[in-house]
Design a protein around this ligand. Structure first.
Ligand code: C2E
Ligand code: MG
Ligand code: MG
Length: 715
């Protein structure tokens, strides 16, 4: 008999929810409360199957209620639905953190209420069944007076029964990838019966993709004789439904403790993922128009900036304000105002390209992130089209509405180095546009002449820098989290520019890419880094991998595999001690040609890392098609890791995706112990950042090696 608890401080709500709950299925008992504290006291002695609670309550809110309930002895497993108002995304995140299972929007949609509640009750029932079955098994075993042998046989049969009915895929495979055992649940997903699968190759049973991936990972488990950290994977069942599983792989040992295969168990977390995705969506979108909100736009800005750090991309940020929107709102009412905003959103959608982002900042303010522009005129074209589109008349319920738009534009990198500066400067430009009478766009004023002159000087200085060998490399250690040992060092370019001191790459690499000098510069970097890595080894240090950043231009203008072969031969460095860092951009551009080059490099034995990973939207899908060794999570996700839940979610997704493809995960820009602790729990393999060491000259690095070894020995 399912028991449902309703908690709401408003009596009419309690009554409605109780009626709805009673209609979920026959036999439901409902208990209603108006006071959270009273509910908690009651829950100490009673175990319901579902709790539906309001969020906003006078003394204790829904999040706090759930948090306290979850610490009670029976509180961990009972599903809790929270009722909130759409816009309250902070509340939702808090409730989620406190342990809410699902959400309902107020005002309540009756059918949605019943469906969600019914699903959760069903899940709860399965949980209880499973627990009871395991319980009775344990009890029977204990009480059993039959001979040990009999009991053992019996118990293993029962165990097999449990293994067969849990909603999880469980399988064992031998070292050749043949199936030793699969449970009913998994067999059903594959569309066969368990007995038929035994002895078959896993690719034949699990399907091409899943089988191949599983085999690669199994090989790793067998060779390391250690379990893999759990990871999420998407699996398509035999009728084509996608599901998400949380998979764990552990070595399967025989009686002599030798590893003879792999035991794989995968929990079906499709529903949880769906709920997570829904929440993620809610936290990042404007409800009225369905457009990204300010938070998501800021995220995309950060990503776009990271992506253009090497200077080969520009983008525009347009801030759009509707002229006279207030008149529409005041004159025709909020409902018409809302409809008009929806209309504006759909007009804007028609104007942008796939990689652009339109956001609503609330009120009548919109923003457009126009990616990949060649010239400022591209941004001006876009702004003109926006003004035209918004200026077109619109009729609604017999009313004819006209409005117009003002736009402020800021261009990256000229008008701002970070998201805040770009937003501020586009806002200044918008201010000017509105004050010039509206219905116009204005660029943030920039001093173009001065800039052009500076570029010319930079060009000639760079030429001289190459001729006079003014470049130096600094190295930043990379540390394996499992052992605390230094495993590699990334070579980062510096320029001893006369009159300017030591200059970092952000001040000249963009220009070097434009004028082509990047090619000789990077050739020098590669050679110098390999030479120094070899010299560390010759001085008796254990082999340390050296990371070298490549530029996309190199792949188009030169034969990278040939260059690498030559440099390795000249310097005598072992290929596996060289790690090439490429950005996602390189891999995207001309996929086939680059894939060929990458394969050749891998054949040489050289490692490949994807740098600044995650700063492209398409990242997760394409990476499967390239053979790489390592993903370096971009520092923009690490920076606010401990305060921004969406960054933490992204890191988790990257780690789990990477591990499922057998890749190592490196986090960049680690600056604090808190970040480090979080990365450790997320299963990150290596870290790099100021927390351990800033980039330093080769000589200092050598001293750092010795210290690190002494420390690791003491630890
Ligand atoms: P990257 O490859 O992502 O390098 C990491 C950057 O993060 C480096 O900046 C490093 O100094 C910085 N960093 C490391 N730890 C921390 C930290 O804890 N906090 C913060 N805030 N920053 C940290 P750097 O040296 O200024 O290099 C910037 C970018 O320039 C590099 O990003 C890379 O894309 C490029 N670059 C550097 N050297 C070369 C080179 O030889 N060739 C090419 N093509 N690009 C290079
Ligand atoms: Mg790098
Ligand atoms: Mg990086």
């Amino acid at each position: 008999m399912p028991l449902v608890v309703i908690l709401d401080d408003v009596a009419t709500n309690r009554k409605v929810f109780a009626e709805l709950a009673a209609s979920i299925e026959s036999g439901v008992t409902v208990r209603s409360f108006g006071d959270p504290a009273e509910t908690l006291a009651w829950l100490e002695h009673n175990t319901p199957d579902l709790i539906v609670t309001d969020f906003k309550m006078p003394v204790m809110d829904g999040a706090e209620f759930i948090r306290r309930f979850r610490t009670q002895p029976n509180g961990a497993e009972i599903p809790v639905i929270v009722i909130t108002i759409y816009e309250e995304r902070e509340f939702r995140l808090r409730a989620l953190e406190a342990g809410a299972t699902d959400f309902l929007n107020s005002p309540i949609d009756h059918q949605e209420f019943v469906t969600r509640a019914r699903n959760l009750l069903k899940l709860r029932k399965q949980q209880i069944q499973l627990a009871t079955r395991a319980d009775s098994l344990a009890r029977e075993l204990k009480d059993s007076e039959r001979s040990r042998e009999e009991a053992l046989r019996d118990s293993s049969e029962r165990l097999a029964q449990v293994v067969d009915t849990v909603p999880a895929m469980i399988s064992a495979t031998d070292s050749d990838g043949r199936i030793l055992f699969i449970n009913e649940f998994q067999a059903a997903l594959a569309g066969i019966v368990p007995a038929e699968a035994v002895g078959l190759d896993m690719q034949a049973v699990f399907g091409e993709d899943h089988g191949k991936r599983s085999k690669t990972l199994d090989r790793k488990v067998i060779s390391t004789k250690a379990a893999l950290p759990s990871f999420e994977e998407e699996i398509v069942d035999f009728i084509g439904t996608k599901r998400v599983f949380l998979t764990t792989k552990t070595p399967l040992r025989n009686r002599f403790n030798a590893v003879v295969g792999v035991l794989t168990s995968s929990l079906d977390i499709t529903d949880r993922k769906r709920a997570e995705n829904h929440l993620f969506y809610m936290a990042h979108h404007d409800v009225l128009t369905g457009l990204p909100n300010r938070a998501l736009l800021s995220d995309r800005l950060r990503r776009e900036i990271a992506r253009s750090r090497r200077g080969d991309r520009r983008f525009a940020l347009h801030l759009v304000d509707l002229d006279g929107f207030k008149d529409i709102n005041d004159g025709l009412g909020h409902q018409v105002g809302d409809q008009f905003l929806i209309e504006v959103a759909s007009r804007l959608r028609l104007l942008v390209r796939e990689n652009d982002t339109i956001a609503r900042f609330g009120g009548d303010e919109f923003a457009i992130l126009q990616t990949h522009i060649m010239r400022n005129e591209d941004a001006a074209d876009m702004a003109t089209r926006i003004i035209e589109a918004i200026g077109a008349p619109w009729s609604h319920a017999g009313e004819r509405v006209t409005s117009s738009a003002s736009i402020g534009i800021a261009i990256h990198p000229t008008d701002g180095a970070d998201a805040q500066e770009l937003l501020r400067n586009s806002d200044l430009a918008l201010y000017r546009a509105t004050h010039d009478g509206g219905k116009v766009f204005r660029f943030y004023a920039s001093d173009m002449n001065r800039r052009a002159r500076a570029s010319l000087i930079l060009d000639s200085d760079l030429h001289e820098a190459i001729a006079k060998e003014q470049f130096v490399l600094h190295y930043q250690p990379q540390i394996a989290l499992r052992t605390g040992q230094i495993t590699g060092a990334e070579a980062l370019l510096r320029w001893q520019r006369p009159g300017h001191g030591l200059v970092g790459p952000s001040e000249f690499l963009a220009r070097a890419e434009e004028n082509g000098l990047i090619i000789p510069i990077n050739e020098w970097v590669l050679r110098e880094a390999c030479r120094q890595a070899k010299s560390w080894q010759q001085r008796g240090h254990p082999p340390i991998r050296v990371g070298v950043n490549l530029s996309s231009i190199q792949f188009f203008k030169q034969n990278v595999p040939l260059l690498v072969t030559k440099v390795l031969a000249d310097t005598g460095l072992d290929p596996w001690l060289l790690d090439l860092e490429l950005t996602e951009g390189i891999v995207m551009h001309d996929a086939e040609a680059v894939a060929r080059d990458l394969q050749q490099l891998r054949d040489l034995g050289v490692g490949i890392s994807i740098d600044d990973f995650g700063t492209r939207y398409s990242s997760l899908t394409y990476i499967k098609n390239f053979t790489v060794d390592r993903l370096k999570i971009d520092q923009c996700f690490i920076r606010d890791l401990t305060i921004n839940p969406s960054d933490a979610a992204i890191v988790r997704a990257i780690v789990s995706l990477g591990h499922s493809l057998g890749l190592e995960i490196v986090a960049e820009g680690v600056e604090s112990a808190e970040q480090l602790a979080l990365l450790r729990t997320e299963g990150c393999d290596e870290v790099q950042g100021f927390y351990f060491a800033a980039p330093m000259p080769s000589e200092e690095l050598v001293a750092f090696f010795s210290e690190n070894r002494a420390q690791a020995r003491r630890a």
